[in-house]
Design a protein around this ligand. Structure first.
Ligand code: AMP
Ligand code: GLY
Length: 445
């Protein structure tokens, strides 16, 4: 068994680890944009190259003849690497370019849900020509000034601007919308939703979806959800596979939206979505809405989810490809996890600590460490890059137990680094639950 893994960062390390834990113990041929030390230790071969160089990926595939490929990040999926590898006879656990529009075009996704009667979107409109006054009127009259403007193509997680945060008034919103249209041809303008965000990722075979434990990301750079947005500073999951601030109905609805969306894609594109379907949701006063879809594992979400996988990841990948995916093939441990990212002190504002030495403590059995943007030198010493360094995951019977473990390990990391000490704490969880109770009770009063 041989798997081609196109990856970067700690998510790639977590995927490689899950593949390697399979009883099949596949040979991993990795193509990464950097020499990730975690992937390097697990892979038989690691090729460092631009992961958007599809010809190089095809050359590697031809040389090593993997049974299948797994694509980690969104850019090669959005660019059509799955199509290119499939055409060369390598089946891919990753959607085609057309199906991958679920992530690469926010307008496609909003229109897909509308067309197929999936009532999960906020009020929205997609504009593809510069209708300044129409946009102004829509925001002012229909959205009552609470709005979000979304670049309608991949932009490394930086294409969304929210009123009251990044956009001070409607004029700024319209100006950004115009910029989006000029750059990528269209823009989504939608209602700003109030609630608590969470992610529900599903394995998808085109015929069926099987859910993973729900996860919550923490995007802001600093404690108390302050500071600029980042790729994600840490993530939590609970032993019951839901989250403390969600109702049973909220989770069931998110699961249903994932299933209905996979069915809608099949009808719309006449092709099966095979890969990871990552729903970014928000629990609001009267249920759940979809914020966005991603066509891949989340980073850090994968760092929580994959260590909990008790069943064979290679078998799941194969079942995705053959269409035989079923609930019985997927079993997750009933444990809670807290992942905290260690980052350089200046992240995300500056990269002044780049190349500084970083040292990690020894890990107990119930903790995991996944390397991100980090370099190992010839003496085995680790050095910081400029982005997220490594995710430390605590596993426990409760979120509190997992948090205590992750936090104590993070505090023992040596180097000019930081992490968010509040992720997974009781105080932050209580705040989320209180927000949801307040929103729900306002509806019922
Ligand atoms: P996205 O790239 O679509 O995940 O958007 C990035 C972030 O923008 C999300 O995680 C939310 O915090 C925020 N966001 C996106 N859409 C909305 C919305 N309709 N209402 C409120 N916040 C949103
Ligand atoms: N953690 C958010 C993402 O992977 O998009």
């Amino acid at each position: 068994m041989r798997v081609l893994l196109i990856c970067s960062s700690a998510r790639g390390h977590a995927i490689a680890d899950a593949l390697k834990r399979s009883p099949e113990s596949p040979d991993i041929i990795a193509m990464c944009k950097e020499r990730n030390p975690g992937v390097e230790d697990l892979a038989e071969t690691l090729v460092v190259d631009d992961i958007m160089n599809f010809q190089s990926a095809l050359n590697i595939a031809k040389k090593y003849k993997p049974n299948f490929a797994f694509i980690g990040p969104e850019d090669p999926i959005g660019g059509g690497l799955s199509d290119a590898l499939s055409a060369a006879g390598i089946p891919c656990v990753a959607p085609t370019k057309s199906l991958g529009r679920l992530e690469s075009s926010k307008g496609f996704t909003r229109n897909l849900l509308r067309k197929h009667g999936i009532d999960a979107s906020p009020k929205f409109r997609v504009f593809s020509s510069d209708q300044g006054s129409e946009m102004y009127k829509f925001i002012d009259q229909e959205l009552e000034g609470a709005f979000v403007v979304k670049y309608d193509a991949l932009k490394g997680g930086k294409g969304v601007k929210v009123s009251g945060e990044h956009l001070k008034n409607i004029d700024e919103g319209v100006a950004y919308a115009r910029e989006c249209i000029a750059e990528c041809g269209s823009v989504v303008i939608e209602e700003k939703l109030i609630g608590v965000e969470f992610s529900l990722l599903s394995f998808a075979s085109g015929k069926t979806t099987v859910d993973m434990p729900a996860v919550q990301d923490h995007k802001r750079a600093f404690n108390g959800d302050t500071g600029p947005n980042t790729g994600g500073m840490g993530t939590i999951s609970d032993a019951g596979h839901s989250l403390p601030f969600l109702t049973t109905q909220d989770l069931a609805r998110a699961s249903e939206i994932n299933r209905l969306t996979a069915e809608a894609l099949l009808k719309e594109c006449n092709a099966e979505y095979k890969g990871i379907l990552y729903g970014g949701f928000i629990a609001v006063k009267d249920g759940v809405r979809l914020i966005e879809y991603n066509a891949r594992f989340g980073d850090p979400e994968a760092l929580n989810i994959l260590p909990l996988l008790e069943s064979d990841f290679v078998t799941i990948c194969q079942a995705i490809l053959t269409g035989e995916l079923s609930d019985e093939l997927v079993r997750f441990a009933h444990k809670a996890t807290v992942c905290k990212y260690i980052t350089p002190e200046g992240y995300p504002q500056n990269n002044d600590q780049r190349d500084a030495v970083v040292r990690f403590p020894a890990l107990p059995n119930n903790a995991r460490l996944f390397y991100g943007n980090i370099r190992r030198d010839g003496d085995g010493v680790l050095h910081l890059g400029s982005s997220r360094t490594a995710g430390i995951v605590g596993v426990g019977s409760t979120i509190a137990e997992a948090e205590t473990l992750a936090e104590s390990l993070c505090q023992r990391v040596e180097g000019p680094v930081r992490h968010r000490s509040d992720i997974g704490t009781e105080a932050l969880l209580n705040e989320r639950s209180t927000t949801m109770q307040r929103l729900r009770s306002a509806v019922h009063s």
